[in-house]
Design a protein around this ligand. Structure first.
Ligand code: UD1
Length: 378
């Protein structure tokens, strides 16, 4: 059969998209005689620490197109991405648009594509927290409804999609591209000691070298409300008496801490505040942590793959396999519950867990195979 050139327009927008696109671009390149990829960045995340360091470290090709939308309210950001994305589709006329995850860039570009009759491919489909208060949940449900090919990371996701009326033949369980990236880069992870030694100020590196916890916080429900944020930071301060904490602070969270004048809660020789970290630095920090306290989605999966105990500071998770099979415990934000869970993890070493099916570093390869077959049958 003669080679079919399928032009896939791959969209990224925000930090969690970058680690997911890296293996896809690498594998598509290997199939370039049948699969041509164009990379578009919406510009939702634009700071060097939120974007450039990931492209550099993960060898993601520079985007062919950058829409440069920047930040804004959900409505403004979504509308601006859609407005700027439409002429790109008119110009490129891709075979399909590939979107990842659940950020505003995902739904914005999927919506423009489907209205133009261009098939949408959704990587990381079918995850559900069943909490419509989360903006990402709305993005997930809507993107899945308008996608032609849906790639899932865990088997439960297929059941969610079938319940929502998605045809079974559109759904493909391929595994987790974020774990492709983790496996591919594990040997390159940057050891965290240098971060501790160069911290300066009140920080005593030897406290951290004896064992530390890692914290990330950025969900609007946790950081956009002064009382909630104060309560969480107070609890972190108290945990740091038992275990020193490294805390790379997301820009949203940094703004809120300043705005609500909560810096004093973090002024401690046992809390190392850091700017957003690169992928390899974060991998090193995660790998050696005694435990991780987080409200991130991706870190729940990465800790499961690494076998590091994860305490999730949310009331729910869209990634239940990390609880059922992995090292994740969803505790919510009640200080008493967090304290108890931290005590248990420090006492017992935490859940052992196992690595879920197909989190084997080959998800992007499976995705490419399905797309090639799909394109040949159209
Ligand atoms: C977005 C995603 C979230 C993801 C997170 C990872 C949505 C709805 N949310 O949340 O799912 O987990 O990214 O980081 O898409 N900012 C900067 N520099 C940047 C980008 C943003 O300083 O490069 C600041 C801006 O003040 C901005 C704020 O961070 O207003 C929030 O950025 P935004 O993209 O709206 O959402 P995130 O909280 O980053």
């Amino acid at each position: 059969m003669s080679a079919i050139i399928t032009n896939i327009l791959c969209v990224v927008g925000a930090r969690p998209n970058f680690m997911k696109i890296a293996p896809i671009m690498r594998v598509f390149k290997r199939h370039e005689t049948t699969l041509a990829a164009t990379l578009l960045h919406t510009g939702q995340h634009y700071d060097a620490a939120m974007k450039k360091s990931f492209f550099d470290q993960l060898h993601i090709p520079e985007p062919d197109i950058d829409l440069g939308v920047g930040s804004g309210s959900h409505a403004l950001q979504t509308a601006e991405i859609m407005r700027r994305f439409e002429p790109v589709l008119d110009d490129l006329k891709p075979t399909a648009v590939l979107v990842l995850g659940d950020v505003n860039s995902t739904i914005s570009c999927a919506l423009v594509a489907v209205k133009k009759g261009i098939p949408v491919i959704h990587v990381e489909a079918g995850l559900r927290s069943y909490d419509r208060g989360m903006p990402e949940e709305v993005n997930r449900v809507l993107t899945d409804q308008i996608s032609d090919l849906l790639f899932t990371t865990e088997r439960g996701a297929e059941a969610n999609l079938l319940r929502e009326g998605i045809a079974a033949e559109r759904i493909h369980f391929v595994g987790n591209v974020m774990i492709d990236t983790l496996r591919y880069n594990l040997d390159r992870a940057i050891e965290p000691m240098a971060l501790f030694s160069s911290a300066g100020g009140e920080i005593e590196p030897e406290n951290f070298s004896a064992g530390y916890g890692l914290v990330t916080l950025h969900r609007p429900s946790n950081v956009d409300n002064p009382a909630n944020l104060k309560c969480l930071l107070t609890e972190l301060r108290s945990i740091s008496d038992r275990l020193p904490l490294a805390f790379p602070v997301h820009p949203r969270t940094a703004q809120r801490i300043k705005e609500y004048a909560l810096e004093n809660l973090l002024n401690s020789p046992r809390i190392l505040r850091l700017p957003p970290q690169g992928y390899l630095e974060m991998l090193g920090l995660m790998r050696h942590a005694k435990l991780i306290l987080t409200d991130s989605g991706g870190i729940q999966e990465e800790t499961t793959a690494l076998g590091v105990p994860c305490i999730t500071l949310r009331e729910n998770t869209e990634r239940p396999i990390t609880v059922d099979e992995g090292t994740n415990t969803v505790v919510g934000t009640d200080p008493e519950k967090i304290r108890t869970c931290v005590g248990e993890v420090l006492g017992s070493g935490g859940k052992q867990g196992r690595v879920p099916e197909y989190w084997d570093g080959r998800a992007a390869e499976r995705i490419a195979e399905v797309i090639i077959n799909w394109a040949q049958q159209r």
